[in-house]
Design a protein around this ligand. Structure first.
Ligand SMILES: *Cc1c(COP(=O)(O)O)cnc(C)c1O
Length: 639
């Protein structure tokens, strides 16, 4: 060998000041050009990104100065989870005679931001690498056979790791190495020492995790450190007899641990959700955890969910129709109550026809996915309800989100897209902010550009307009092409519906999958909604009472210095911080007031709020008392 001219070639690729990839080879001159090409190829087509700069450094070396080492023997630990793998590593360190493995491992995260390795004294826990930020880089090594295998194009993480580990293990004073790759796709790490060999351990992290590091364990006098660092950085080493290890099958992280981790993250961010169990029917006041409470969080706006007339009717319907509908609407699930309620809804909303869905959620998803496809563009308000968002996604249409309530932005975006087919969709009353869609101008825009107009009036029905007919009545405007509503809020039952032209309804009966492929609502829910609608229309004072309650409550809060306003039954009190919202909600609960903290993902991060939903059954005394309690609970800047 020594009669040949040898070179060391190093490749380093980076982008945005960050290291992307690197490699080095030692090889005789004739193989150099081809190897250079291989390394450039690897730099340019690296999975971690496109490099902005690739540096190739080629230096002549003296082959007689190369130390030949046998590869460390390889063994393997496969753990069921990341936590278990780290425990296995800790045990291994203990077996190897390290006195404080947990202390050693506690230093490991400090290596994550470092480019090179940390050198940790296992007795004093002093760090010996000269530059704490950069760390020590091991260079001057290669596999002995790499020059013969010039065709080997791709990267073999295992071979590179064992070359480095073998060299490191032979450095004076190094008694072990712990390494976790920062490659997000590679979850295997290792412990290596001359005594123990190279122990592959997986999984030491989750797939997608970009944190990794390298820790050298040093044992020896401080005088010997210099020779150790010199060996790591400068000694030329070739490693031979590297075993062939098949690249591991894609790691299989424990499927339950991922879920557990997510839940823990939610907990610590104040975003964990539970399902509180109520101890009485929804009303202005309820029982919860053994206490009577003022209910300021229910959408049962007109207090019809527990109306005696509704109850009586439902008992009769139960006697006649039982509990389940037994089939989809297109097969055997349609009772006269279904037909009757659809007729009432259409008449109420002054549209040609109406169609029931099992929930408002399913109505939105069904309509949007039936009406729109890949050739459509849907223009959707940024704060639309999640069921609209899901419907848009399911439709596979192009989705263009316009700024909340900003009709100039809507029109600008329609012009920009200039779609030949499409739909504009908005909440009539926004469910978490309580503000209104300016319906007349919005409808004009839809009309002007020939787009379907779709309004979700879930929080407007029974709330807006003199008789509670919703957005169209409030604005004294025609209906949109597609009006979606729910039976589950004002109408105190469950189910959703769509009102519109008979053509629309007929189309939905034939095309809306959430209508077709789901068992029909039971007659009880349908009859209950029908009766509630009858009461709502016969007793418009309920709507007026609710509207009066909103004005009264907002005034009370404003008088206490809290800036709120609302034209709907939803009065949001913006707090921002998630944990603050949760803590206010808890304090209010102790004061006898049930008021939900609304957090991400229902609203954006940092937009957490208390969301008051008022009820026609609230008395002025209740509302005055509640407003005072809320004012008392809020932090000072808001007051
Ligand atoms: C509640 C709500 C829905 C969903 O209605 P459900 O009948 O509860 O499924 C849809 N859209 C809006 C705006 C809502 O507030």
């Amino acid at each position: 060998m020594s009669h040949e001219t040898w070179y060391q070639i190093k490749m380093r690729a980076q982008a945005g000041g960050k290291h992307l990839s690197g490699a080095e080879r030692m090889l005789p001159q004739p193989l150099l050009p081809q190897q250079a090409e291989t390394l450039v190829h690897r730099a340019i087509f690296h999975p971690r990104g496109v490099p902005e700069q690739v540096v190739l450094k080629i230096e002549k070396i003296e082959p007689e100065k190369i130390e030949i080492l046998d590869a460390l023997p390889v063994s393997e630990i496969r753990a069921a989870s990341v936590a278990e793998a780290w425990r296995a590593l800790e045990n291994l360190l203990r077996e190897e005679g390290f006195l404080a493995p947990e202390k050693i491992l506690a230093h490991f995260p400090e290596t994550y931001p470092m480019r090179g390795a940390m050198v940790l004294d296992i007795e004093t826990f002093q760090r010996w690498e000269p530059d704490f930020q950069r760390g020590i880089r091991v260079t001057g090594m290669d596999a002995l056979d790499s020059c013969q295998k010039t065709a080997e194009n791709g990267k073999n993480s295992f071979r590179e790791a064992i070359v480095l580990a073998t060299k490191t293990a032979h450095a004076p004073g190094i008694v072990g190495e712990i390494c976790v790759s920062d490659d997000p796709g590679y979850v295997t790490g290792y412990f290596a020492s001359r005594r123990r060999g190279y122990v592959r351990i997986s999984p030491l992290k989750e797939v997608g995790d970009e944190q990794g590091g390298r820790l050298f364990l040093y044992h020896g006098s401080s005088e010997k450190v210099a020779s150790c660092l010199d060996y790591l950085e400068h000694q030329l080493v070739q490693v031979r007899n590297i075993p062939n290890l098949p690249t591991p099958a894609l790691p299989r992280p424990d499927r339950w641990e991922r879920l557990q981790n997510t839940l823990e993250t939610l907990h610590s961010a104040g975003l964990y959700r539970q399902v509180p169990e109520m101890e009485s029917a929804p009303a202005g006041e309820v029982r919860f955890r053994g206490q009577p409470l003022v209910m300021l969080a229910s959408n049962n706006y007109l207090n019809l969910a527990h109306h005696p007339d509704v109850e009586k009717l439902v008992q009769n319907v139960a006697a006649e129709w039982g509990t389940g509908s037994g089939g989809s609407r297109l097969t055997t699930g349609t009772s006269p109550w279904h037909t009757r309620l659809e007729a009432s809804l259409a008449e109420w909303q002054k549209t040609e026809s109406a169609l029931l869905f099992n929930t408002g959620y399913m109505a939105n998803v069904g309509v949007l996915s039936a009406l729109c496809g890949p050739d459509d563009t849907i223009f959707s308000d940024a704060l639309n309800h999640a069921s609209i968002i899901d419907g848009c996604r399911l439709s596979k249409a192009k989705i263009v989100v316009y700024r909340h309530g900003d009709l100039d932005d809507l029109e600008r975006k329609i012009r920009q897209e200039n779609p030949s087919r499409g739909l504009v969709v908005s909440d009539g009353v926004f469910s978490m902010d309580g503000d209104l869609l300016p319906l007349p101008r919005w409808l004009k825009i839809c009309e002007k550009y020939g787009l379907f107009s779709m309004v979700d009036d879930a929080h407007a029905l029974g709330v807006l307009g003199e008789t509670g007919r919703g957005s169209a009545e409030h604005w004294q405007s025609p209906q949109p092409d597609i009006l979606v509503g729910t039976l589950s809020k004002t109408l105190g039952s469950e189910g959703g519906f769509v009102c519109g032209k008979e053509t629309l309804i007929d189309f939905l009966r034939n095309r809306a999958r959430s209508f077709i492929f789901s068992t029909a609502l039971n007659a009880l829910s349908v009859a209950a909604a029908w009766k509630s609608l009858e009461i709502l229309q016969a007793e418009p004072w309920r709507v007026r009472k609710l509207q009066e309650n909103v004005r009264f409550f907002c005034r009370e809060l404003q008088n206490a210095g809290i800036p709120v306003q609302s034209q709907s039954a939803i009065v949001p009190i913006l707090l921002g911080d998630e944990r603050l919202a949760v803590s206010c909600s808890q304090q209010l609960l102790e004061k006898g007031i049930y008021l939900s903290a609304i957090r991400y993902p229902t609203v954006a991060h940092g937009k957490a709020r208390l969301r008051v939903a008022l009820n026609a059954a609230h008395t002025p005394e209740t509302l005055r008392h509640s407003a005072a309690a809320i004012a008392q609970t809020l932090p000072v800047p808001l007051r």
